[in-house]
Design a protein around this ligand. Structure first.
Ligand SMILES: Nc1nc2c(ncn2[C@@H]2O[C@H](COP(=O)(O)OP(=O)(O)OP(=O)(O)O)[C@@H](O)[C@H]2O)c(=O)[nH]1
Ligand SMILES: [Mg+2]
Length: 294
């Protein structure tokens, strides 16, 4: 374990020493699990929507090759990002909608991976009118038991929405009319897929809305995965809001263990008030040492 991580763990020993041993051990075990957690993120969507480009924008080192000509992610790309000694796995799925035979093979691949992914980023393209393949594939996965909360939809290539000539190349922003059209597209996604997380319009190549989307992405992850993913983001995406979100999720996980233990103890009155104070103190230390742990 790096020195800085050990420093973070040491800072927790004192507030944990006031708790019953079994509880402090359970919390430490959970914290170790989060620190060493190896998140797995899937990226799905039609060919050419910009799945690989989004991965390359968010993470360092660039994990996926990008093609302007034809579908280039023919097999699942498993990109292991290592910020030694920690690992993040990106599963870059081949794009759906190339041919019916390939789609059948790909749907099988998606199903095989579903249970292993912390989150699936589903990329749609702003200037695309035909989302039938996406709807069919998504509905099939949901009918086979996939949890809708495990999908984060994103509308990429916002710069291509009509009138695309109005895109401001200097500020990398859409015109007013483009903004309105993007809102219509987002409303369509909300109606068609009933997404559980906010849908944002972004442009991977223009860097438009990517900071806000990185925040949405970290918020959509399960509590135990968000800090480990934040650690691997390109430094420019590790904004204050992103870090706050990861800290909140991490502290919430520790809080749940505390609450479950308190519930099992069935204590009342003064003892409960004391435990609540210890909980508050522990969680503020947990948040404070986050930078050392991740
Ligand atoms: N204008 C614009 N082009 C983009 C954007 N994102 C990606 N592209 C381009 O779109 C093309 C396809 O991008 P990829 O990232 O290879 O798409 P993909 O979804 O990984 O495609 P497959 O691997 O075939 O499934 C490339 O030429 C990218 O440079 C964007 O936001 N705006
Ligand atoms: Mg690709």
């Amino acid at each position: 374990m790096p020195d800085k991580t050990e420093q973070g763990i040491s800072a927790l020993i004192q507030p944990l020493s006031f708790l019953p041993e079994y509880l402090s051990l359970a919390i430490l075990k959970h914290i170790h699990r989060c620190i060493h957690y190896e998140p797995t993120i899937g990226i799905m969507g039609k060919t050419g929507v910009g799945k690989s480009s989004l991965c390359n924008t968010l993470f360092t080192p660039p994990p996926a090759k990008v093609s302007a000509v034809k579908g280039c992610t023919r097999q699942i790309g498993r990109y292991q990002l290592s910020l030694a000694p920690y690992v993040l796995l990106i599963v870059d799925f081949p794009g759906i909608g190339e041919t019916p035979e390939l789609d059948r093979i790909y749907t099988g691949l998606y199903q095989h991976w579903l249970g292993k992914l912390d989150l699936i980023i589903w990329v749609l393209k702003a200037d695309d009118r035909a989302w039938n393949d996406d709807i069919r594939c998504y509905n099939q996965l949901i009918s086979q038991g996939a949890d809708p909360a495990g999908f984060l939809f994103v509308l990429n290539q916002a710069d291509k929405i009509e009138p695309c000539r109005e895109w401001d190349l200097v500020t990398h922003q859409p015109s007013l009319l483009q903004q309105q059209h993007l809102q219509v597209k987002i409303a369509q996604i909300n109606a068609l897929f009933s997404p559980q997380h906010p849908v944002l319009a972004v442009s991977a190549s223009e860097g438009f809305n990517m900071l806000l989307w990185a925040e949405t992405f970290i918020r959509a992850l399960p509590d135990n995965a968000s800090s480990a993913v934040t650690r691997q983001l390109e430094p420019e995406y590790r904004t204050k809001n992103v870090i706050n979100t990861a800290q909140d999720n991490f502290a919430r996980g520790v809080g749940h263990i505390f609450d479950d233990a308190l519930c099992a103890m069935q204590t009342t009155g003064v003892l409960v008030r004391q435990f609540k104070r210890l909980r508050q103190r522990l969680l503020s230390v947990v948040r404070a040492v986050w930078h050392l742990l991740f």
